[in-house]
Design a protein around this ligand. Structure first.
Ligand code: NAD
Ligand code: DAU
Length: 348
């Protein structure tokens, strides 16, 4: 019997992780803590909310008192920490909230964990989910490994880097038993439509412009979100203490090539003429400090834990597009209210 606290479980990746743990481990008690910011959506996990081994806790990780009370009330065996502000463009517009949640919030969680179990960490585990963006940018060649020095370039990645450093420091200073992973760009169902793939799927459906930043020659490595959830499950259960693992899809795409691929698939699925959606491509002002290229060397997690992506990009992308086309209500719900205000500010 395990009791696990997952933070950020109403968000994109967190919802897939929560679902996997609730379904795969009926003997575990899963507590999903989320403050439900604009990115948190309980609809993402409505299918499991009645499960007997699932509890939702609406709480904010910036509130240290609430966290401390929670850790007094429950004896958690593990924490899987995904709650974060996650969108680079928002971090450029408002860095402070990224410091509050990603840095202070993570510190609060570490303190609550340490204060509750610091006398005896036996059987406990703190799993911090991070990003490849902490490594900064690559040139045309090379891959990020677990020993690549941190060189974050956006307020988002700086805040994630700071939180990673605190996790590591708590491991060294207080013996806190942690594991940490740095993953590349995820895509899949429930992806909030402010990020490249879901935003562009939504805009293609609505025949709206596709705002490509700069010349579109920026490169990202894409991983299907369910493969990330599988990796998280493995690292949580089998990863070595005080270790970092890189997770990636071995799947690099220049933004413009990815957008053209997406346009082609969408034309077919929507019964449009080939080339119709590409006409929506609009080059817009570049993102400041835009990292040129991310690419992950995921051989360590493959070698030690046997993890590798289970779906090809073609399969994952088709599945994702179909999910969005079949869940237009979900899309409609999240593209209302606060999201629209942000959207207008970003793209006006
Ligand atoms: P997301 O923005 O979709 O979800 C974040 C969740 O955290 C939301 O449910 C939100 O309500 C919650 N949250 C935010 N602030 C909170 C606070 N103060 N207290 C409690 N809950 C709060 O993010 P995501 O894309 O699912 O990313 C999850 C994690 O994975 C993040 O730590 C992110 O840095 C990391 N990551 C994301 C990607 C990616 O491609 N999306 C890749 C690598 C790593
Ligand atoms: O690499 C992992 C990271 O991937 C995660 O840590 C972040 O949480 C996640 O948001 C994602 O960051 P990116 O900045 O890479 O993702 P985004 O979808 O915002 O952008 C992907 C690329 O597409 C990037 O080069 C910027 C570009 N882009 C993005 C948007 C939203 C555009 O050209 N136009 C757009 O409108």
């Amino acid at each position: 019997m395990k009791s696990i606290l997952i933070t950020g479980g109403a968000g994109f990746i967190g919802s897939h992780v929560v679902r996997r743990f609730v379904k795969k481990y009926p003997e575990y008690q899963i507590y999903n803590l989320d403050s439900l910011t604009y990115a948190g959506n309980l609809e993402n996990i409505s299918d499991i909310e009645q499960e007997p081994n699932y509890t939702f806790i609406k709480a904010d990780i910036t509130d240290a008192t609430v966290l401390s009370a929670l850790f007094k009330e429950h004896d958690f065996d593990g924490v899987i920490h995904l709650a974060a502000e996650s969108h680079v463009d928002r971090s450029i517009a408002n860095p402070q909230v990224f410091v509050n949640t990603n840095v202070t919030g993570t510190l609060n969680l570490l303190n609550a964990f340490k204060d509750a179990y610091g006398e005896n960490f036996e059987g406990k585990r703190f799993y911090h989910i991070s990003t490849d963006e902490v490594y900064g940018t690559l040139g045309e060649n090379g891959l990020f490994t677990e020993t690549t020095p941190y060189a974050p370039n956006s307020p988002y990645s700086a805040s994630k880097a700071a939180s990673d450093h605190f996790v590591r420091a708590y491991g060294e200073t207080y013996g806190l038993p942690y594991v940490l992973t740095n993953c590349s760009n995820n895509y899949g169902p429930n992806h909030f439509p402010e990020k490249l793939i879901p935003l562009f799927i939504n805009n293609i459906i609505q025949n709206k412009p596709l705002p490509v930043y700069g010349d579109g020659n920026y490169t990202r490595d894409w991983l299907f979100v369910l493969d990330h959830a599988i990796a998280i499950d493995l690292v949580f259960h089998k990863g070595r203490n005080h270790e970092t693992y890189n997770i990636g899809g071995f799947n690099e795409w220049k933004n413009i090539d990815l957008v053209k691929l997406l346009c082609g698939i969408m034309d077919e699925k929507l019964g449009r003429l080939s080339g119709d959606s590409e006409k929506l491509i609009t080059y817009v002002k570049d993102r400041p400090g835009h990292d040129l290229r991310y690419a992950i060397d995921a051989t360590k997690i493959n070698r030690e834990l046997g993890w590798a992506p289970t779906v090809t990009f073609e399969e994952g992308l088709n599945f994702t597009i179909d999910w969005f086309l079949n869940n237009k209500d979900w899309l409609k719900n999240v593209t209302s209210g606060a999201y629209l205000n942000y959207y207008n500010k970003q793209y006006s």
